[in-house]
Design a binder for this molecule. Structure first.
Ligand code: ADP
Ligand code: ASP
Ligand code: MG
Length: 421
């Protein structure tokens, strides 16, 4: 008998029909003789709707209360799913994150898992039940409060439970057939990938491919959990995320996938004195806000003024805080002004084969030039090249780059559900 963790995303349990369909699938797995732990997300776009609601009540809600609110979403779906399974004649028990032993630090909205003590889940399995766990939520022992793991965090719940219970596989069920070479909603010619290394998936997730949450991929890699991303709408094989062992040879395509991110903004610090210590001073101010800085570009200073401009990207939601912090210390830091641009898009091409292949950058830039798309910033890692463009050109950029690297499939990709929100 094997132990399978199945995670169902919001798009798979968007309505009563979806819940019943998923329940049937769970019952079939259990009847096939496997122990089943289910992690479930909030129904459809519930989390976004709760966030919209909170914002209408107060512009900046308290982290503690926001977590209290958002965790209600998963509580609804887990209870309904348990009822649906029971109606099919199988025993199921639902558990909140804290009941399932998801212990986190105290950082509301982005808590990290520090321990997993799934005794009640294990006991439920031993009693022959299907155990259903609310995704995305945890509990901090110090404050005694409920936390959330950040958007898309149910993936992490599933992986953490799979690791703690020593599951054979962690299946991530969603509204597409697996991990594709690009978001199939944006690039219809995207093709399904059968196997992808966790290293490449990490880069894609970090670059905006929300099919898997980056922390879940990291956790799976660290704990050796095998992930299988697949559709809850059919029985097709999806994509296996592998953790190749040291020295193991795997075939590495030059470009594995393309991703885009529209959630970032750009801040430019204009007229920074070009003397040692200024970058340190500016980024120390930024660091105090806890904002996650991504790309940084410093221009060459002009000899006449001895001043330079520094641009960086960060999540849109952090921009206001960072601008306030920098403005407060403008006199000491000695820069002239700040510019804020929230109409940027970031495009990334990822592939482990890039390490050993020349000409990838030239091909990327040529494809963008041919499509008349201007590049504003560039950054690279060993297996990724990212560029910033105007927000309204990034989807077109994905399509032309996907085509230029020969990734286009002959048949259009199928999206089974969801709203892409
Ligand atoms: P769930 O509700 O199951 O958590 P998500 O909306 O979080 O689903 O993730 C699935 C979506 O991720 C897909 O519908 C697709 O639009 C998007 N996506 C982005 N990049 C990719 C990719 N490379 N492969 C597959 N899906 C992708
Ligand atoms: N419901 C949460 C979200 O929408 C967690 C998840 O779906 O993974 O972000
Ligand atoms: Mg998701």
């Amino acid at each position: 008998m094997s132990l399978i963790v199945q995670k169902y995303g919001g798009s798979s349990v968007a309505d009563a029909e979806g819940l019943k369909r998923v329940a049937k699938r769970i019952v079939e797995t259990r009847k096939a003789g496997h122990e089943v732990v289910v992690v479930v997300s909030a129904m459809g776009d519930t989390t976004d709707e709760l966030l919209d609601l909170a914002e209408k009540v107060v512009p900046v809600p308290s982290g503690r209360e926001l977590d209290m609110l958002l965790t209600a979403g998963e509580r609804i779906s887990m209870a309904l799913l348990a009822m649906a399974i029971k109606s099919l004649g199988m025993e199921a028990r639902s558990y909140t994150g804290s009941q399932a032993g998801m212990i986190t630090d105290a950082q509301h909205g982005a808590a990290r898992i520090v321990d997993v003590t799934p005794k009640r889940v294990r006991d439920a399995l031993d009693a022959g039940y299907v155990a259903i766990v609310a995704g995305f939520q945890g509990f901090n022992r110090g404050t005694g409060d409920i936390t959330t793991l950040g958007r898309g965090g149910s993936d992490t719940t599933a992986v953490a439970l799979a690791a703690a219970l020593d599951a054979d596989v962690c299946e991530i069920y969603t509204d597409v057939d697996g991990i594709f070479t690009a978001d199939p909603r944006v690039v219809p010619a995207a093709r399904k990938i059968d196997r992808i290394s966790s290293e490449e998936m990490l880069e894609l997730a970090a670059s905006g491919a929300k099919v898997l949450y980056i922390r879940a991929v990291e956790y799976a890699r660290r704990h050796g959990v095998t992930l299988h991303v697949r559709s809850s709408f059919n029985n097709n094989e999806g994509t296996i995320v592998t953790n190749p062992k040291d020295g193991e040879i795997v075939e590495e395509p030059i470009i594995t996938g393309v991703a885009a991110d529209l959630s970032e903004a750009k801040i430019t610090v204009v007229g920074v004195p070009d003397i040692p210590g200024k970058a340190a001073q500016i980024f120390t101010i930024v660091a105090k806000t806890n904002a996650n800085i991504d790309m940084i570009v410093q221009n060459v200073s002009t000899a006449t003024t001895g001043r330079t401009d520094i641009s960086f990207t960060l999540p849109k939601s952090d921009a206001a805080t960072v601008i306030t912090a920098l403005t407060a210390e403008q006199a000491e830091a000695g820069f002239d002004s700040l510019q804020h641009d929230d109409q940027i898009g970031k495009l990334a091409v990822v592939g482990a084969g890039m390490r050993t292949s020349a000409g990838v950058t030239a091909k990327l830039f040529t494809a963008l030039f041919d499509a008349g798309i201007n590049i504003e910033m560039i950054s690279t890692s060993e297996i990724r090249i990212s560029v910033v463009t105007r927000a309204d050109t990034v989807n077109e950029a994905m399509r032309v780059v996907h085509n230029a690297f020969g990734l286009d499939a002959d048949v259009p990709a199928v999206v089974h559900g969801g709203t892409g929100r």
